[in-house]
Design a protein around this ligand. Sequence first.
Ligand code: SF4
Ligand code: SF4
Length: 437
Amino acid sequence: MHVMAKPSGSTCNIDCKYCFFLSKEALYPDSKHRMSDATMEAYIRQLIESHRTPTITIAWQGGEPTLLGLDFFRRAVAVADQYCPSNQTLEHTFQTNGVALDDEWCMFFKEKKFLVGISIDGPQPLHDVNRVLRNGKGSFDLVMKGLDALHRAGVEYNILCTVHRANQDHGREVYRFFRDQLNATFIQFIPIIERATEQTIQIANKGWGESNRDKRVFYSQVGSLVTERSVTPAGYGSFLIDIFEEWVRHDVGRVFVQLFDISLEAHYGRHLLCIHSPTCGQGLALEHNGDLYSCDHFVEPSYLLGNIHLTHMLSLAASVQQRKFGQDKRDLLTSQCQSCTVRNFCHGGCPKDRFMQSDDREPGHNYLCEGFYAFFKHVQPTMEAMLKLLNEGSPPAMVMTQMRSLDAQRDPYSGCPCGSGKKFKFCHGARKSSTLS
Ligand code: SF4
Ligand code: SF4
């Protein structure tokens, strides 16, 4: 199992418009939303006791974990070292918006070998649409300062980029910015889907930040409407395909995009990401006070498993309630998913997004289906070519050579295979691959 600890609960030092987690503050109205040392110690000790694996991941995320201050994490690492058996190794991960990172934080991350995830939505105009400070201004400059500090200290990091209405049509531009301007080699894309009902849609469209604090509602996974910031199903698919077509010509084996990796692994029957696994339920969320929830996306009362100060987290993770939560992902698949030709790669996506009707009007179908289908169908031939290379003992990066020879045979004025409607020569067939092209 994997536990994401939220030491500052859902509280944050910035005010991203799409971050409905900010509304979860209402779950603990009288709390300061800061994890005590007693809860930190219980989390780490129980997590280590729950694992027989060679490596144990201690994960911190938010809200914004830097709000706890560096000394909290110095103590946490000391506690973890104290409890870790000599035959097991610890891996520390830390997800941050980056605005508070400085040399002191980053030297600590480097020394303790943290893997840091930093949230960036693309170049400044795209990032600043939603990722704003409390004063309403974009957070881009501060995030770049934080990223510079990570670079200076040589910290291992990956970029977490959300995909939403503002950047969904700029896949290549976003990707090239990460690759060429930020020298990123590990990138993860997360679709933004904010659900709402007829009653909540107007308030939800205004955002979840402090500026809307008095009016905002508590976010829960209900409703079949989505906010105007949410990515569209087709937009998500075309965003991924746009990036894939760039990656497969220039960056295989050099830049690692999580969804591309997991698509390849799925051909071996290995499912590394809960969203595209047959079942889920192994990724739990720990609130600042020790409350353990079924998943970070279901921090709401009906998915509360218990508190780790009262019941060991292993018992909570193995409870009937949690097992059912995970198995429902497979058991509640619509008929359309069950007979889908890309089911083995998609597995119906995340249950939180299953609020639409399937083509035959069955409820509980994934909102992103159209995008998933387009993406998995599109990448299949290339994935199979990479698989063949791997089975022959050749590096999968050789697929780029195959792609080049295929491209050489293409009519440059034919439609680009990415489906943009542009001519190949002026789309993915353009000679130069750079952010400036
Ligand atoms: S509900 Fe979604 S995000 Fe949560 S564990 Fe399941 S697939 Fe993963
Ligand atoms: S692509 Fe659509 S129909 Fe196919 S498994 Fe995924 S969600 Fe289901």
